[in-house]
Design a binder for this molecule. Structure first.
Ligand SMILES: Nc1nc2c(ncn2[C@@H]2O[C@H](COP(=O)(O)OP(=O)(O)OP(=O)(O)O)[C@@H](O)[C@H]2O)c(=O)[nH]1
Length: 368
């Protein structure tokens, strides 16, 4: 049995963690957490951390003992410098809470790249975890909608760099911009995106702790994640009827299944493919042909097969990337955003028009 730690930082991280707990408790009832037992085979500990108490209160499926409020007004307002300082001031409380939860085999830290709290807590927390423990720590990072503005764009660029330099064992990317095809209003889109991410992570955890027909395990996952440029994403496909396994595998690496925009055949560096379903769907010939196709361009593909009686095929792919053109695009936009913010600040400092207006009443008193 694996001991797994999942931390969700900031609003986005908290909500994805809550979605994981909702799906793991196996009930849509908001009281599920009080009477239902988690369906994890592994020992999974979840912990939500936030500066905004309202974000924590909003969580419906995560136990109160698994939510830590770090008091700081109502969040840090997308300011990563403030976020870093608040983390440092509260580091011992956070690390003590984590220590009390025992030892782990693997940890995931989930956050948006662009807010203030999650994106600044995450690199610092990962650095602490890596210094104090020897288990692998992976970051699950959500990139912003590109139209959300300059502050979010510049945060995303710096946060990703900080996380990469934190000692993290790998970064799994999900991109709001790419996933906004889910449609609907923002809240509905968030819920759908969170559910997609949660479903993939739960499938992954379940597989790492499964008795498979052909085995992939934590060791293989570590090897996949250590490949490429330290950046990965996850693809998934779940059939809702009888679908040939070759189609299911293709869909799990196609744009509709991925969390981040990449051409797997051009950019992926290593892969792990987990295939689940009733024995009758699991044609070894079809699986071998598809996996071979992928390994021809990707290099190494670990494959695991889990037989689940009566279930339609489901396939999960973990892909590490050696290049990511979408990320380069994001950094182009971020550089523009940083320059815009810098110029604006300089203009305000140079432009004394407003000061001149105020200075006209200097030395005067109001008369009534
Ligand atoms: N997928 C997804 N993205 C979200 C969600 N909530 C916020 N975001 C995205 O996260 C970014 C903002 O970061 P938050 O996580 O809200 O910020 P925070 O870490 O709480 O930091 P502060 O609010 O600045 O203290 C934006 O790019 C949002 O689009 C969510 O539930 N799901």
């Amino acid at each position: 049995m694996l001991n797994i730690l999942m931390v969700g930082n900031g609003q986005c991280g908290n909500r994805i963690l809550d979605s994981i707990n909702r799906q793991a408790f196996g009930s849509k009832s908001r009281f599920a957490k009080f009477y239902a037992k988690q369906q994890y085979k592994s020992n999974v500990q979840t912990l939500a951390i936030n500066t905004a108490v309202n974000d924590l209160k909003e969580m419906k499926y995560t136990k109160a003992k698994d939510r830590i409020h770090i008091p700081h007004l109502h969040g840090v307002g997308a300011n990563r410098n403030v976020g870093r300082k608040v983390f440092d001031e509260n580091k011992s409380q956070i690390m003590r809470n984590l220590d009390e939860r025992g030892s782990f085999d693997i940890a995931f830290v989930i956050t948006s790249a662009s807010g203030g709290t999650g994106s600044s807590f995450t690199p610092s927390l990962i650095r602490e975890l890596k210094e104090q423990n020897d288990y692998p720590v992976y970051a699950v990072v959500v990139l912003p909608f590109r139209e959300e503005g300059t502050l979010y764009l510049q945060n995303a660029a710096f946060a990703l760099k900080d996380i990469r330099e934190s000692g993290v064992d790998g970064i799994i990317l999900a991109d709001n911009q790419y996933l906004k095809q889910m449609g609907g209003d923002v809240e509905t889109a968030y819920d759908s995106i969170n559910e997609m991410i949660a479903k993939r992570l739960i499938f992954l955890l379940d597989s790492l702790d499964s008795e498979m027909m052909m085995v992939t395990d934590l060791g293989d996952f570590k090897t996949v994640m250590s490949g490429g440029a330290g950046i990965a994403t996850i693809g998934y496909y779940e059939a809702d009827g009888e679908v040939p396994i070759r189609t299911a595998i293709q869909k799990a690496v196609s744009p509709s299944g991925l969390l981040f925009n990449t051409n797997v055949y051009e950019e992926a560096s290593r892969s792990m493919m987990i295939i689940k379903g009733d024995k009758s769907y699991l044609s070894i010939d079809e699986i071998s042909t598809e996996v071979e196709k992928l390994s021809d361009s990707v290099g190494h593909v670990f494959k695991g097969i889990i037989v689940r009686k009566g279930e339609y095929p489901r396939v999960l792919s973990v892909l590490t990337l050696e290049s990511a053109s979408e990320l380069e695009e994001l950094y182009h936009l971020a550089v523009d955003a940083i320059n815009t913010e810098k110029e604006k600040k300089e203009r305000v400092q140079e432009d004394k028009e407003v000061d001149k207006a105020f200075s006209q009443i200097e030395g005067l008193e109001p008369h009534y």
